[in-house]
Design a protein around this ligand. Structure first.
Ligand code: APR
Length: 232
């Protein structure tokens, strides 16, 4: 079976009603990133950050996968599909994708705030799923530490990037859906694709990259994935 790596960003969930970050009306228009999505913000005002993620978890509870998520999951009938997502929502999994690697964490998961260090990372057993429930200041993990969202904040390392690089390097086809490709290291992943690996970018405003392997499909995710599925 041929291997497809699919790198997704906020645009793949836009048609599920989940805001992107940098489009007009995007999340970062209303919230200063450093206040709600950085490790410095956590040390400065953890209560504000907990509420920011509680609100996004509440919104996710009312959101559903869209046809783009389902088309991506459907490719598993013909290909070995690995989804590498920058999104923290669970819509790929709920649409049926069985191999989803989250680069920036997962909204429905939490962990003790003291279980990570640069040398060892964090132990997976310290991460647990709370579904769509809120967490508040004073909510402690079994080890007595404050619970925090299992999200990669600005200023923190991206533990899954090595796995993502291996997936892209081994892929026969790379598809990039709904990302502005502005945040590294995720934005640099496409460079690890083989020199003759076809790369498809699906986005109403596809990032302009000077790379002969790339075919841009200037469409929204649902239409673009439907078109690509017929082309593959
Ligand atoms: N279908 C496909 N793409 C869309 C759609 C749609 N319906 N609507 C918008 N887009 C595209 C935009 O044109 C843009 O290129 O989705 C992209 C969204 O870009 P960003 O808002 O920058 O989101 P993303 O690229 O996922 O951001 C990366 O930045 O803030 C951090 O951690 C956060 O994971 C996030 C990372």
């Amino acid at each position: 079976m041929k291997r497809i790596a699919i790198l997704t960003g906020a645009g793949v969930s836009a048609e599920s009603g989940i805001k992107t970050f940098r489009d007009s009306g995007g999340l970062w228009e209303n919230y200063p990133v450093e206040e709600v999505a950085s490790i410095e913000g956590w040390h400065r005002n953890p209560g504000l950050m907990l509420e920011f993620y509680n609100e996004r978890r509440r919104q996710l509870a009312g959101s559903k996968p869209n046809e783009a998520h389902r088309t991506i999951a459907g490719l598993e009938a013909k290909y070995k599909v690995d989804v590498i997502t920058q999104n923290v929502d669970n819509l790929h999994e709920r649409a049926g994708s069985t191999h989803v690697l989250h680069l920036h964490g997962e909204l429905t998961k939490v962990r003790p705030e003291n279980c990570y260090n640069d040398r060892d990372g964090f132990s997976e057993e310290s991460v647990f799923d709370i579904g769509y429930e809120p967490i508040h200041l004073g909510d402690k993990a079994p080890n007595g530490a404050q619970l925090r969202p299992h999200i990669v904040w600005f200023g923190e390392p991206v533990p899954n990037i090595e796995k993502a690089i291996d997936i892209v390097a081994a892929a026969d086809i790379l598809v990039i859906v709904g990302t502005s490709l502005q945040v590294y290291p995720a934005a640099g992943l496409y460079r690890y694709a083989g020199f003759d690996t076809p790369i498809y970018i699906i986005d109403p405003k596809p990032a302009l990259l000077n790379d002969g392997r790339i075919t841009s499909i200037a469409m929204k995710a649902t239409d673009g994935m439907r078109k690509l599925a017929t082309m593959l």
